[in-house]
Write a protein that binds this ligand. Structure first.
Ligand code: 5GP
Ligand code: MN
Length: 351
């Protein structure tokens, strides 16, 4: 069958050793805690909930805990109401993590990315499993499935279900969650990390009853008017194009956000619209998230490596074509000056 063919083409990081370790860790009715990175995105929420649905279908005891809340456009995901957030229930979450036998670390590869959860994960005596697709993983886990060639953590979770023989435990709820992360992390199947296997996995999810257009509508086509207007304002009033059209930067001040009743997630996707402008090779979105703190999102086309730029200058990381970081202890104006000098240096090093 097609599922059998697919299971032979899963990520090479699901090998006999990692599959065997997973089976052993899931023996004996362990208490399982599933975590993802701070400011959880579609892949983080989709992979944790997708794995949660798979494990609970296997009659295992699992809970999802996240460092902080995600954007409301992901609230529709099945069982999202069962997620515990450290930012809102720190004691309960720390107790869950401390009592875990197995901790899954999904969509991150260093403890600092776990935000408010990093301390309790570090202290915990649980066996830890990383399933991730970012470059340069830290070795804080017992089982590491780290495949930077894969477009999403959700695809790697599907690969586990395929390779381990647990595909039969994939519910429609699991499929909806996992498809969401595949879609959001691949820019709706546009990034080079998408493979024929990615589409094969999606095809198998569709065969299970995945309602893909419901996912797209809930995730992308259910935006508040103020969000759409903030994004329009950002593109018409706050966009600067530099370097002969090669670099586009949008910087939003706290006042701009307040004017449009900003809610978390409202600027999601903006950086991709900058990258969509003809001739742009690098897009930067800067947001004053609180006084003295500026969050950066970077995107690029082709060989332009924004991960290296984010690591070297913005205490950040990510992937070649999508990265993020932060500038602290400076105003938005100072942060813009810093970004200009970083880009100037980068352009002259390219020349
Ligand atoms: P976004 O711009 O969507 O927030 O993030 C793009 C990519 O960069 C994601 O893969 C995300 O995990 C990574 N990223 C974003 N912010 C940070 C950060 O502060 N540190 C690190 N290491 N990676 C980040
Ligand atoms: Mn991801």
């Amino acid at each position: 069958t097609s599922v059998e063919n697919l299971s032979r083409r899963v990520s090479a990081h699901w090998n006999d050793a990692t599959l065997q370790s997973m089976e052993e860790l899931l023996q004996g009715n362990p208490s399982i805690v599933i975590t993802a990175h701070r400011s959880p995105d579609g892949d983080a929420v989709g992979s944790t909930l997708g794995l949660y649905h798979l494990l609970t279908a296997m009659k295992l005891r699992a809970s999802v805990v996240l460092p902080d809340r995600f954007a409301p456009f992901l609230d529709w995901m099945p069982s999202s109401e069962s997620i515990a957030f450290h930012s809102e229930a720190s004691e309960a979450v720390e107790n869950l993590v401390a009592g875990a036998d197995v901790i899954f670390c999904l969509d991150y590869n260093s403890l600092d990315r776990a935000g408010l959860l990093s301390g309790s994960i570090e202290k915990s005596g649980a066996k830890k499993v990383m399933i991730d697709h970012h470059r340069e993983p830290d070795s804080f886990v017992d089982v590491m499935v780290s495949d930077p060639t894969c477009g999403s953590t959700c695809e790697l979770v599907c690969d586990w279900a395929l390779a381990s023989g647990h595909w039969g435990d994939m519910s429609i709820a699991a499929a909806q969650c996992l498809y969401t992360g595949i879609v959001t992390d691949t820019g709706s199947f546009r990034f080079p990390s998408v493979s024929s296997h990615t589409h094969g996995v999606v095809s198998a999810l569709l065969d299970l009853g995945l309602k893909h257009s419901e996912v797209h509508e809930s995730t992308f086509d259910d935006q508040s008017l103020s969000r759409v207007q903030l994004q329009g304002f950002a593109m018409s009033e706050r966009l600067k194009i530099w370097k002969d059209g090669g670099v586009g930067v949008v910087a939003l001040h706290l006042n701009d956000l307040e004017r449009f009743n900003y809610e978390s997630g409202d600027t999601e996707g903006l950086v991709n619209r900058i990258l969509g402008i003809r001739g742009i090779r690098m897009a930067i979105f800067m947001k004053e998230s609180e006084p003295g703190k500026v969050k950066l999102s970077l995107r690029s086309k082709g060989s332009v490596d924004v991960q290296a730029l984010a690591v070297a200058n913005f205490s950040g990381g990510g992937h070649t074509n999508a990265a993020g970081g932060v500038l602290r202890g400076m105003s938005l104006a100072e942060a813009k000056t810093k970004v200009v000098s970083v880009i100037d240096a980068w352009v002259s090093s390219e020349a």
